[in-house]
Design a protein around this ligand. Structure first.
Ligand code: ACO
Length: 338
């Protein structure tokens, strides 16, 4: 636990993990009626990664978290709180965060899951930031990890969703900022559950008895696979993301011209291009890697952040905005000085 209360928290280090197995658009074309041209044109995705059997979200999460801890120069004993963002937990319950913490060697540290889909990483970041600012924690591990591949309908019936998602994990270690000019300025969170059925996984569900039926896996519209009204989701994403990015900038007295880097959730390259165009933000300031990993949901922002740090786009002094939109609907943005 921290002693002096810091004014601000800071991301100290980032880690990542993706499975070795690359699944190209052509590979999916063997399983379903689709084409490389359709997928690239609509989404910008060329390939994604899929795990093999017996690999849960916390197995990738462990690798990403270990890298983040290593590059922060900290051992797991320095971590006061573990938050795991996922819509694909290893098991339904208990929370995967406790499994992750235990795989990392922690036995008594508080740990909880955040199940908020594509905004899950930013909701987790907000919790970590609050814990550090209030002095309840000094160092917090936030990991976003997803195994989508075991839950997709990879037939023609499920092609609209099946081609989009990929497996992966990204992790950050946060700590108090020693420099008052650096760190997280603010995190802005929103949700609107009235649109839940536009992008959801309906079964298994506690409101049904039994929670899962044999027909949930078959028929024209199986409830045990994610379903999406693609165009509807797309339209909301390109409206809400610019709104929340502007909200974060305004809140801190910055303008779009001050922004050095935007690291958006990777749902669809076209969404990120439209967001940039509508805000007149130069595309060179927007980090995109969906072409190689698809939509890795809670992992996508830390995966993209890791890449932008490695190639120098994110560097000390840069004003960085992280932004997401996804199922719920939920949307969020964080503004920080690296
Ligand atoms: N391959 C070939 N054809 C396909 C595929 C595919 N993989 N998927 C759908 N189609 C077909 C449909 O059956 C439909 O055919 P029809 O016209 O004969 O009925 C047609 O293609 C639809 O094409 P478009 O209308 O041009 O598709 P669109 O431009 O809307 O692109 C997409 C679809 C990529 C899904 C887009 O709507 C999208 O990205 N939406 C947003 C996704 C998103 O942001 N999700 C949120 C994050 S996920 C989360 O939060 C968990």
């Amino acid at each position: 636990m921290g002693t002096a209360t810091p004014t601000r928290s800071r991301i100290l280090a980032v880690g990542r993990a993706v499975p070795d197995r690359v699944v190209t658009n052509e590979d999916l074309g063997v399983l379903m009626d689709t084409s490389d041209e359709w997928i690239q044109q609509r989404t910008g995705i060329r390939q994604r990664r899929h795990v093999g059997a017996d690999c849960g979200a916390t197995d990738l999460g462990r690798i990403a978290s270990e890298e983040a801890l290593r590059s922060a120069g900290l051992g797991i004993e320095a971590i006061d709180l573990v938050i795991f963002a996922t819509l694909s937990p290893d098991i339904d319950w208990p929370a995967s965060a406790a499994l992750l913490a235990s795989k990392l060697g922690a036995r008594r540290v508080p740990a909880f899951d955040v199940k908020n889909q594509c905004s899950g990483f930013l909701y987790s970041l907000a919790c970590a930031d609050a814990a550090i600012r209030s002095g309840r924690a000094r160092h917090v591990l936030v990991c976003g990890g997803e195994i989508h591949s075991s839950g997709l309908d990879l037939t023609t019936r499920g092609r609209e969703v099946g081609v989009i998602f990929g497996d992966g994990a990204g992790a950050v270690v946060l700590g108090p900022s020693e420099d008052p000019g650096r760190g997280i300025f603010s995190v802005h969170l929103h949700a609107d559950g009235s649109n839940a059925e536009k992008l959801w996984l309906e079964a298994a569900a506690s409101r049904r008895r039994p929670r899962l039926l044999p027909e949930d896996l078959g028929g024209d519209d199986p409830k045990a696979f994610p379903r999406m009204r693609g165009k509807y989701v797309f339209k909301h994403a390109v409206t809400r993301m610019p709104e929340v990015i502007r909200e974060a900038l305004d809140h801190n007295g910055f303008t779009l011209g001050d922004l050095d880097v935007l690291v958006p959730h990777q749902a669809n390259l076209r969404i990120n291009q439209m967001v940039a165009a509508s805000m007149e933000l130069d595309e060179s300031k927007v980090v995109n890697n969906i072409d190689r990993y698809g939509n890795t949901t809670a992992a996508s922002i830390p995966l993209a952040l890791h890449e932008a740090l490695a190639d120098g786009r994110v560097a000390p002094g840069k004003l960085v905005c992280l932004a997401a939109f996804g199922a719920g609907f939920t949307w969020a943005a964080a503004l920080l000085r690296w």
